[in-house]
Design a protein around this ligand. Structure first.
Ligand code: SAH
Length: 390
């Protein structure tokens, strides 16, 4: 691991735009269209997707079942370019976190969580996040831009290669992908959808629809669109059982209040009665964790086919929140589970490397004023602390 200052990794003048086509930006159907545009046979798309994603090959010369002339053509007009790994930290519990440098010099984070029977990759969809949920450290960093398909699927490409190199597991190291890294995936709809198509493509990563999960803070129109166009599993960051509290914790609720959000969740799997929406609920001490909140929550979600995942709050400096005690979390779980709703508690992983939910921050240029405002608040708090304690 090298120690880099942010000056080393923020956008620099020498980043040259590459005018040629990055094949990592294309799903199989998009490659098919491209092949037809190039006057090539459409089955070339199958060969390419397999070479790039299943076999991890980025060098056209090594794609030996392609004709010499086609390989030459590819070299002239296309390339396969991945984000660059700046560092890769492993936690004591096997969790990995990477800092990846994008093509414009901004950096994002990605996390891998190994468990007994599966390995989950937590993928980012945006550089930062525009939504400003009050308890999330990504939100405090502000927002820069959407990720391209190459930058999203490139995360999966990199994790699969770097983990199998390590010999973690011979076969499939990444068995599940959750779009729960930095950003709101539904605000980068097209690119996230194409990337998830590649994750599920049997010639690429071959993950089933049950193992690719998109998590949203509740953008109702985009959720309706997702229902029509994708088979992936849906998770919704709920975090509060009433509008008043949710407006405070998840401000997008002011635009899409609980009544509208619950309506779309209720119907989400109407044609697949065995599937369920997962509700995520961060446990914040004294904020949303009382018995009354649990009862309100039951009332809110009991007519939605759903599972509930309680997430102990992962603290970060000056967040203003504390994690509920385990006793409170168990009591909350008991109240909800007693009504027949499958209620789990998320195990916190990767604590020692800040790899837990809401702790992914990356390093990038903020286009909002949020990160500098946050720094002002943080330093004011430090001054107050100093005055109070000196
Ligand atoms: N924007 C999407 C994707 C981010 S997913 C969404 O909101 O769902 C990240 C998940 O971790 C969300 O459920 C988010 O609410 C939760 N989270 C954010 N900050 C957290 C923190 N400090 N502790 C625990 N969970 C957090």
């Amino acid at each position: 691991m090298t120690n880099l200052s942010s000056a080393d990794i923020l956008p620099s003048q020498d980043v040259q735009p590459n005018p040629s086509i990055n094949l990592l930006d294309y799903s199989r159907t998009q490659l098919e269209t491209l092949m037809i545009e190039w006057g090539e046979k459409s089955f070339r798309s199958q060969q390419l997707i397999k070479w790039i994603h299943q076999l991890g090959c980025t060098d056209f010369e090594q794609m030996t079942n392609l004709s010499k002339s086609f390989r030459q053509k590819l070299k002239e007009i296309a390339h396969i370019k991945l984000p660059e790994v700046i560092w890769d930290k492993a936690s004591n519990d096997g969790t990995h976190k990477w800092l990846l440098k994008l093509f414009d010099g901004n950096c994002i984070e990605m996390v891998y969580i190994p468990e007994k029977n599966r390995g989950t990759l937590c993928v980012s969809s945006q550089v930062g996040c525009a939504l400003n949920c009050s308890f999330c450290s990504t939100a405090k960093q502000g927002f820069n831009r959407n990720l391209s398909v190459a930058e999203i699927i490139g995360q999966v490409w990199i994790a699969c290669r770097s983990l199998s190199k390590e010999g973690t597991n011979k076969h499939k190291v990444v068995t599940n992908v959750v779009m729960m890294g930095m950003g709101e995936p539904l605000l980068n709809f097209e690119n996230v959808l194409s990337s998830m198509d590649i994750m599920m493509d049997d010639l690429a990563y071959n993950l089933s629809k049950y193992r690719v999960t998109l998590s949203t803070s509740g953008l109702v129109p985009q959720m309706e669109q997702l229902k029509k166009t994708s088979q992936v599993s849906l998770a919704v960051s709920l975090h509060a059982p009433n509008d008043e509290l949710r407006n405070e914790l998840v401000p997008i609720n002011k635009k899409y209040p609980l009544r509208e959000l619950m309506a779309v969740c209720r119907q989400y799997y109407e044609n697949e009665p065995r599937r369920m929406v997962t509700f995520e609920y961060v446990m914040l001490a004294g904020v949303n964790d009382s018995e009354l909140h649990a009862k309100q929550l039951v009332k809110l979600i009991s007519n939605v086919p759903c599972k509930l995942n309680l997430i102990p709050f992962n603290p970060f400096p000056n967040s203003g929140y504390e994690t509920s005690s385990m006793e409170t979390i168990y009591r909350f779980q008991k109240i909800v589970a007693a009504t027949g709703i499958n209620t789990t508690i998320r195990k916190t992983r990767g604590d020692d490397i800040d790899a837990a939910c809401g702790q992914l921050v990356g390093q990038f240029q903020d286009r909002t004023r949020r990160s500098s405002k946050w720094q002002e608040v943080t330093s004011e708090k430090k001054v107050m602390y100093f005055e109070e304690h000196s």
